[in-house]
Design a protein around this ligand. Structure first.
Ligand code: DAH
Length: 355
């Protein structure tokens, strides 16, 4: 009987060795240890043996059964691993492949021309020691008007047609509390209240006016506010900064002119115009045929504004300006209608710097 066991084992090993397929191994397994398998039959014959024989043969037959099971399972798991590896190797994507496959190309995104100019101007100001601040689009009356020396019922409020939020839960008298900021000057107030002089900062952002649109007016447009507060700051400092900045932006000397301008938050206030770069001064729709474009209203900060910002006007003074970014974009790229900027038209947008 011992001889039969050894023979069965050798027989099994010889048959197993060349097998490479899962089904073949399962068949072999059942040939030896399945219900009617060679070894199973041997185990069945145990009952006909005498106790002595059974004692030695039983454990050895069971041992062989376990051995065959283990060998088959080992072989099966090897095949499984091989199959997985094969699949992984087939699925591998060679990301270094470029030349010999057809790469599907899509156009990358790009920056809006306004973003390009805004980032450039931010860099110029940062290099001149200015901070860059941000502020809320939904603003209250205090920051948008009152603190800027424009009290309720002041006629200057009519200069800026405002989008008000009407809150149905308040009485009509209270409704004019919140608005879409009409200018970035709201950040003057927030900037002053959160720092101690001397300081200088700019604040770029969109502003909103309930206005009729035309080639040079939009309801949503972009400004870049600036403020410098310190001791003994003069109009000469203001003019120097403005000229330097425009020169940096246009990469050449641009012709400017300074006119008196009225803004309640500056005294004196100015309008800084540049010679129209679209028509070189001959007259076009952007400059309304005058040859000059209003670009940079500015002035010396009104003492009331400094006070509202928690600054003593007897000790400190400064200048402020509100650069019209869209006009600047138009001048730089020769765009003759401001409405293109807000149009979202890809034929327009994709003409500028793509990633
Ligand atoms: N906030 C003004 C406007 O939107 C622009 C402006 C004028 C800003 C004079 C200033 C300034 O800081 O000094 O029309």
């Amino acid at each position: 009987m011992a001889h039969d066991l050894e023979k069965a084992k050798q027989d099994f090993l010889a048959k197993l060795a060349p097998l490479t397929k899962e089904a073949e191994i399962l068949n072999l397994k059942s040939e030896f240890v399945g219900k009617t398998g060679v070894v199973s039959e041997m185990l069945k014959s145990l009952k006909d043996m005498n106790p002595e024989e059974r004692k030695t043969f039983g454990p050895r037959a069971n041992e062989l059964k376990d051995f065959i099971n283990d060998q088959c399972n080992l072989q099966l798991s090897k095949i499984e691993v091989e199959e997985i590896n094969k699949k992984l190797a087939e699925d591998r994507i060679d990301i270094s492949l470029t030349d010999n496959i057809q790469v599907k190309t899509t156009k990358g995104g790009g920056f809006h021309p306004r973003t390009i100019i805004q980032q450039e101007i931010e860099d110029i100001f940062l290099s001149m020691g200015f901070d860059v601040l941000d502020g809320p689009h939904i603003e209250d009356e205090f920051h948008n008007f009152e603190a800027l020396n424009i009290p309720a019922d002041h006629p200057a409020r009519d200069m800026q047609d405002t989008f008000w939020f009407h809150d149905p839960h308040t009485t009509p008298a209270d409704t004019k509390k919140y608005l879409l900021r009409t200018h970035t000057s709201n950040i003057q107030v927030r900037g002053m209240l959160s720092r101690k002089p001397p300081f200088r900062f700019i604040a770029p952002g969109v502003v909103f006016r309930s206005e009729r649109t035309d080639a040079s007016h939009e309801m949503v447009f972009t400004q870049l506010e600036g403020m410098m507060v310190g001791k003994d700051i003069s109009v000469a400092n203001l003019i120097y900064f403005m000229k330097t900045i425009l020169k940096e932006i246009f990469k050449k000397d641009v012709e400017v002119r300074l006119r008196p301008g009225f803004f309640p938050f500056v005294e004196p206030g100015f309008e800084l115009d540049i010679r129209c770069l679209i028509c070189s001064g001959a007259g076009c729709s952007v400059c309304k045929q005058i040859g000059w474009v209003e670009l940079l209203p500015c002035g010396m900060i009104h003492p009331n504004v400094l006070k509202a910002g928690g600054i003593d006007p007897n000790e400190y003074n400064g200048f402020a300006f509100g650069l019209g970014l869209d006009r600047l974009v138009m001048m730089r790229y020769g765009i003759d209608d401001i409405r293109h900027l807000q149009s979202g038209d890809l034929r327009f947008n994709s003409q500028f710097k793509l990633f």
